[in-house]
Design a protein around this ligand. Structure first.
Ligand SMILES: Cc1cc2nc3c(=O)[nH]c(=O)nc-3n(C[C@H](O)[C@H](O)[C@H](O)COP(=O)(O)OP(=O)(O)OC[C@H]3O[C@@H](n4cnc5c(N)ncnc54)[C@H](O)[C@@H]3O)c2cc1C
Length: 341
C-alpha cells in the first residue's frame, strides 16, 4: 500500500478544507476507514452554514424538534468523539507538491504539514452585498434594518405588523415571505427575473393579499428615512419608491473557490474544471481533474446544495479516496514543483 504523508508509516494524512457538514462527514468516514484526516476550518467554529440555520429541522431524517444549529453541534460532537482532528482559524495558503507524490500544506501561520490527498469542502457564501452598494458600510448597514442571506430568518416573529421588502425570487425568498406573512407582516417581493422558486413555495404566498410580487424588477436606490428605509425600485416599465421597515436580501449563494487560484500550484489550475458560476466539477465520487484532489458538498453541487447531499458526498468521497490511495501516489508528479519556502 502506498502511503505518502504517513509520517511514520501508520496511516496517510488527508487534509480537508472546511468543517461544514461535508467536511465533517468526510472526516468521520476517513477516520473510520483508517486514514488520518485533519480538518482545516478558516472560521471560528466548525459547522459551516448550519450554524446560520435558526429554523427547526424538517428535512434531515431522524432529527426532529432541533434547530439547524443544534444539528451542526451534533455533527461536530460526533466527529470529535471519533477523534477527527479539527483546526479552527486555519487558513491554508499554499499546497506544495513533493516528488514522493505527497504535498506540503502551508498555513497562514507558517505551519506546514505533509498530506497524501486533499478534499475541498469549502461550501458557499451568500450573495447580495452588491445590492447595498455604498450603503454597505454606512448608517443603513448599522441600522439593523437590512438582513442578508440566513440572517433574514433570524427574527421573523418580531416583524409582525411591519412591511418587509424581500429581494430574491428563489426558494429562500419565498420561504422567508411565507414565514413573515404567517406572523402578520406585509411583504413586497422584488425579483430580478421571473420567480424560480418551487411551485409549492410560491403558492404558499401567491394569493395572500398582504404580499405583492414584482418580477423583472430591481432595487436601484436605498436611503434611511427616520425609522424606515426608502427603497427606490425599477419595476417593469416604471420607477417607484416604497417605505419598508426591513430589507431582506436573499440573492443566492456563490462557491468559495476564489482562494484556489493562489493555493494550488499554477500548473494544476488548468486541470481543475469549474462551471460558469465557479462550482467545482467532479465525477460522482468527488474526484476533480487533479489526481489526489477531491471536492464535496455545496462547493461542487449547485444542483442540490443541502445537508443530506453534503453528508452523503463526504462519505462517498472518503470511500473513493481510501481506494485510490491503496496503490499509487495521487498528486500529479513532475508538473512543476514550486520551491518550498
Ligand atoms: C438558512 C439556511 C437554512 C438551510 N436549511 C437547510 C435545510 O433545512 N436542509 C438542508 O438539507 N440544508 C439546508 N441548508 C443548506 C445547508 O446548510 C448546506 O447545504 C450545507 O451546510 C452545505 O455543507 P458544506 O459542508 O458543503 O458547506 P458549508 O456548510 O458552507 O461549510 C463550508 C465550510 O468551509 C469553510 N471554508 C470556506 N472557505 C474555506 C477555506 N478557504 N479554508 C478553510 N475553510 C473554508 C467555511 O467557513 C465553512 O465552515 C440551509 C442553509 C441555510 C443558510
Amino acid at each position: 500500500m502506498f502511503l505518502p504523508g504517513s509520517e511514520g508509516g501508520v496511516n496517510a494524512r488527508v487534509a480537508v478544507l472546511g468543517a461544514g457538514p461535508a467536511g465533517l462527514s468526510a472526516g468521520l468516514w476517513l477516520k473510520r476507514l483508517g486514514l488520518r484526516p485533519i480538518l482545516l476550518e478558516r472560521g471560528e467554529a466548525p459547522g459551516g452554514l448550519v450554524n446560520l440555520n435558526f429554523l427547526e429541522n424538517r428535512w434531515v431524517l431522524g432529527h426532529v424538534h432541533v434547530t439547524g444549529q443544534e444539528l451542526g453541534r451534533r455533527f461536530c460532537a460526533h466527529a470529535r468523539a471519533e477523534g477527527v482532528e479539527i483546526r479552527l482559524r486555519a487558513r491554508a495558503v499554499a499546497l506544495l507538491p513533493e516528488a514522493s507524490g505527497a504535498a506540503q500544506i502551508v498555513l497562514e501561520s507558517g505551519e506546514m504539514f505533509c498530506c497524501a490527498a486533499l478534499v475541498i469542502a469549502t461550501g458557499t457564501r451568500y450573495r447580495g452585498l452588491e445590492i447595498l452598494g455604498e450603503a454597505q458600510d454606512g448608517a443603513i448597514a448599522a441600522s439593523g434594518r437590512v438582513a442578508l442571506g440566513p440572517y433574514a430568518f433570524l427574527d421573523t416573529a418580531a416583524q409582525a405588523g411591519r412591511h418587509v421588502l424581500i429581494v430574491g425570487g428563489g426558494d429562500n425568498a419565498c420561504e422567508n415571505a411565507r414565514l413573515l406573512l404567517d406572523v402578520g407582516a406585509r411583504v413586497t417581493l422584488v425579483a430580478r427575473s421571473r420567480i424560480r422558486a418551487r411551485r409549492q413555495m410560491l403558492h404558499a404566498i401567491l394569493d395572500n393579499p398582504a404580499c405583492v410580487i414584482h418580477e423583472e424588477s430591481r432595487v436601484i436606490g436605498l436611503a434611511l428615512a427616520r425609522d424606515t428605509l426608502a427603497l427606490k425600485l425599477a419595476l417593469a416599465g416604471s420607477e417607484q419608491t416604497l417605505l419598508a421597515e426591513r430589507l431582506h436580501i436573499l440573492a443566492g449563494y456563490t462557491p468559495n473557490t476564489d482562494f484556489l487560484a493562489d493555493f494550488l500550484p499554477a500548473a494544476w489550475q488548468a486541470l481543475l474544471a469549474r462551471d460558469e458560476a465557479g462550482y467545482l466539477r467532479t465525477d460522482s465520487w468527488g474526484r476533480t481533474g487533479i489526481p489526489g484532489v477531491y471536492a464535496i458538498g455545496d462547493v461542487a453541487d449547485p444542483e442540490f446544495p443541502s445537508i443530506v447531499s453534503a453528508i452523503a458526498q463526504g462519505a462517498k468521497t472518503a470511500k473513493a479516496l481510501e481506494h485510490d490511495l491503496r496503490d499509487a501516489p495521487l498528486f500529479p508528479c513532475g508538473l512543476d514543483f514550486p520551491a518550498n519556502p
